[in-house]
Design a protein around this ligand. Sequence first.
Ligand code: B16
Ligand code: MG
Length: 211
Amino acid sequence: MMRAVIFDLDGVLVSTDHFHYKAWKQIADRLNIPFDEDVNNRLRGVSRMESLDIILSGASDKQFTDDQKQSLAEEKNTVYRKFLEQLSPADILPGVTETLEGLKVKGVAAAVGSSSKNARFILEQVGLLDWFAVIVDGNQISRSKPDSEVFLLAASQLECDASECLVVEDAVAGVQAGVHAGMKVAAVGDAVNSKEATYTLQRIDHLLKLI
Ligand code: B16
Ligand code: MG
């Protein structure tokens, strides 16, 4: 029996990838490193520092110290946080509120499992914070998706077994993280082509039929 749904945040509940893109683009352009939507897609579900490493791998002729990388990541986050200030309830993705309402009616717990250190701020900005019994984000984990840590920690805080949790993910790395955790995974958005997902959802509220 499914007792909890653990939602990824970015790309599932709210989409902030255009803000990630604009913030990273400023830095990549200044450093003369190629950066486009394809590279940006590879950053989905991946931590900030690992995202920076992926971007910097496009400049194999340049070397960066750890301090320089730290400061580039901080610079990106400052620009990104400024964009996040524009978020409002209008940015909640279609079907999300109906899905959360449906889960509440069925008595199924809702949680968030996100790689983002800004997850709480984003949820607060769009007014979704109170819907979730548990929120595990990038501040509480040491290993990024596709590692299972974020989802296993959420399950443990929910006091649920992994087999009682369904993960909803938009990133291939996130689908893998859910599978590694021993959970069923519903793929939405960019992840629908993942062969590893248990279910593929054209609309997030269709998950109510799976519970
Ligand atoms: P931050 P998710 C992820 O969120 C994003 O998909 C990914 O692009 C980003 O690099 C990562 O959070 C870290 O974000 O810089 O805010 O800590 O999809 O796991 O909710
Ligand atoms: Mg995501």
